[in-house]
Design a protein around this ligand. Sequence first.
Ligand code: SF4
Length: 459
Amino acid sequence: MCGVFGVFNNTSASHMTFLGLHALQHRGQESAGIAVSDGYDINLKLGEGLVTKVFKEKDLNELKGDIAIGHVRYSTAGGSDPKNIQPLFAHFYGGSFAIAHNGNLTNATEIREQLEKEGAIFRSTADTEVFIHLIAKEKEPPPSHIMLHKNDRDFLPLIFGAMKKVRGAYSLVILREKQLIAIRDPFGFRPLVLGKNRSGSFFIASETCALDIVDAEYLRDIKPGEVLVIDDAGLRSYFPLSYPEEPKKCIFEFVYFARPDSLIFQDWVYEIRKEMGRTLAREYKVDADCVVPVLDSGLLAAKGYSEESGIPLEIGLIRNHYVGRSFIQPKQEIRDLSVRLKLNPVRQVVEGKRIVVIDDSLVRGTTSKKIVNMLRKAGAKEIHFLLSSPPVISPCYYGIDTPTKEELIAANKTIEEIREYIGADSLYYLSLEGMIEAANKHRQKGFCTACFTGDYPVL
Ligand code: SF4
């Protein structure tokens, strides 16, 4: 749960990256960083907090150059130590580079232990640093079937070697003095897109909403397993690894994480999220007076549910936009606080009504319990709580901060026990088949659903 951005051939590279990161702020709010190259040197500015807090006009003006990468971070692997703020920078015998990562490596701990035994010294606890050490140490020649462009012969074999050793989820942007490189792991867990503007600048972003903000056109997705190099000689793609028959795109991106105005995995989040609501309405019919979304995450599913069921959509909960997403805050006590601060029921809408409340997912159950409680106090007669995804029963190891199995309510309680815990009159989760079918309506195939099934594509 991080956002990455890259730009090549733009005299305002740092400003463009600032805008891109701003559009990706929903993917991480803990820290932000930008690295810029002027063709000779790479300079960085990193800081804790929102993009607008970390970067002022003066900082962006000082980051001179026309190639840049940026990162917004939510800590998963490595915790929220300031040393883990990305992009990470390294200088080694082959030159300098900066790297920004969305995803989680499943074998980072074992690689790290091995490297430390061999004398490597790590400066952060982020799994991303494993890439840096692997790149610096790599000695293997590139695979014989790959013909490398002359600009790529020194550095790319090192990247290919590192990719061979790591497992898990990685959408990466790498900045070299004269190159921008984008990489997506062979399963394609996390999204990554390529765009271009009218002046010929190229952009890489986690989601297309970050292309929109810099007025760039979406060209295509970076493919699972692809290494895309952008420099003055043009764009070149390499596929150094053999990769699985099917990708394993994170279906939770469609359920919750990605912005609804984004196109990810070649499809519109808005449409799929709404389709999940329509499918929910076909699966679970309720005699009710109105459908109330838990804003903002449940809005589109609620719209789909309302359209399919004919039950009117009402905004019965108002969200205070000056509070961040509760799920994205790393500490429990801050999460609790932000839940209380962020939503308030509209008494005129819910009083005396039988309402269908729709949210995207139910993870710990604490937020849902508070919402039901608030709605009851506001006079709701019946509360039917519906989720546009199945029960979350297993943690994510691919870069989403789901809690441990012990904290996942659906891993420890039956649906009836959860209903009782949150205090709703009824509780229904979209079926796994229904969720996949909703996503497949738009030609999507090959999803990771491990947090709903415990069936992990790679560990
Ligand atoms: S485990 Fe869940 S959240 Fe993690 S990548 Fe798979 S679908 Fe996405």
